[in-house]
Design a binder for this molecule. Structure first.
Ligand code: ADP
Ligand code: MG
Length: 218
């Protein structure tokens, strides 16, 4: 099975019109600061490698880093923590931190009988707890994508709550179509037994950006 690092999957999905954070990679902590200098803080550092599928659980994600030096230090600490778990990362992904928003999951599931299915729902760290997701057979239409979002129990989160402005729903719909619409990611993967997941897509008033992307099982 081929391992695709997060930045490789992100480079691929950009070709489908999905926004991802500006980023660079560094093979080791010393290389982090020069990479960071081309980016605008706050920054995020993540370790990547075949043993790192659920990164935050492994301590391989650090957020809110204000400077390149802080990012380099975070990578050094991460390297040590991971070594304690017997993991040697291939490198570090340094990226710009998206402004907080509503975290959604968008992915594909291959149904043995019906083929590719688009999954959308409330994402981020509470995905498993909330279990608020909906499915549609691919390829989905724009009307399908919009009705999927309306069917979520937490649909009102997208309209703004507790003083937050409504999210750019059209941008989120475009992500759903880029994944599950005609010519989208799901169609491209076809019958490959792959699991594709954007979790989260961070949605705010100014757009929807995929800050994590995973493609496994190929
Ligand atoms: P995991 O492998 O644990 O799913 P993620 O890449 O999704 O790792 O990072 C964990 C969490 O950190 C995300 O759910 C999100 O809340 C936050 N996060 C990660 N990258 C970014 C980013 N570039 N901008 C903003 N938040 C981010
Ligand atoms: Mg994630």
């Amino acid at each position: 099975m081929r391992f695709l690092a997060e930045h490789e999957v992100k480079a691929w999905i950009r070709g489908f019109g999905i926004a991802v954070p500006r980023a660079g990679t560094a093979p080791d902590p010393r290389a982090v600061e020069p990479v960071a200098s081309a980016l605008t803080p706050p920054l995020v550092v993540k370790a990547y490698g075949p043993g790192l599928v659920h990164k935050s659980e492994a301590g391989a994600v650090r957020l809110d880093l204000a400077t390149g030096a802080a990012a380099a230090e975070a990578a050094r600490e991460m390297l040590e923590t991971l070594a304690g778990h017997g993991i040697t990362p291939d490198g570090f992904l340094v990226e710009e931190q998206a402004e907080a928003g509503v975290e959604m999951i968008v992915g594909t599931v291959l149904d043995p009988a019906f083929g590719p299915v688009l999954l959308a729902g409330l994402g981020g760290v509470w995905t498993e707890v909330l279990r608020d997701t909906v499915l549609r057979l691919c390829p989905v239409t724009e009307a399908d994508a919009r009705s999927m979002l309306r069917e979520l129990r937490g649909a009102a989160l997208l309209d703004g709550s507790r003083g937050r402005p409504p999210v750019d729903r059209d941008a989120l719909v475009r992500v759903l179509l880029a994944v599950g619409g005609p010519g989208g990611v799901a169609e491209r993967l076809g019958e490959a037994p792959a699991e594709f997941e954007l979790n989260p897509v961070v949605c705010g008033p100014g757009g929807a950006i995929a800050v994590d992307a995973r493609l496994t099982g190929l």
